[in-house]
Design a protein. Sequence first.
Length: 248
Amino acid sequence: MKNVHPVLLIIGHGSRDPRHAATVTRLVERVRELDSELCVEQGFLDFDTPGVDIKLKELDARGIRDVIAVPLLLSRAFHAKKDIPALLREAPPSLRIRQAPVLGPDPLLQQALERRITEADVPDRSVAGLVVAAAGSSDPEAAAGIRTMAGGCAAAGWRAVRPAFATAASATSGIPNPRDAVRALRASGAEHVVVARYVISPGRLSDQIARGATDADVVTAELGDAPELARLLVTRYRQTVRTVGPRR
């Protein structure tokens, strides 16, 4: 059967931690539930299968000719700028592939983050500080993105909000690590501190955030298969379908 719509290929990062692929699979299923007419596929940059290169060859063998590749990434950094475009350029030449923008920052991500905060046992926000903790990157766009997300949270009644990066990129970005962000909020007078994990799935970096947040009162769950995240993937797909430009 000929596809009426371009295939939506969701590109996950991949991880040695099996929880990552399981989370991506649940999220892909949620996307399929949103629009039953869409053909939704998944591929991974590393570690997990199928790899993006294998998935693209498989789609080509099935006679697919139009693909929208949506990165399951919260910020526009190295993977979105270098890794994914390089993989897409190596795809079979008969495939027309358009790469969608990354997911963040976006109001739907703000809503997903708020969902996870609300699900946690959060104390009175008026006397509490919030740390919005992302994986981290030395790319200035990633730093700007986490600052934007933290700024959006500041309007939700918190005493204070700080961004944080889990990785050593903190040193070059000016974004503190979770431990330092928690301590800074304590020092500024916050009676309680909540750390919101601004990552998609469980794994090494999410665990690193939690380890750095041992002085916090609450650490939220990852965004996971939040319905807002699924809606955002479809939104990025539809935005890209409407664009006209060179392939890949």
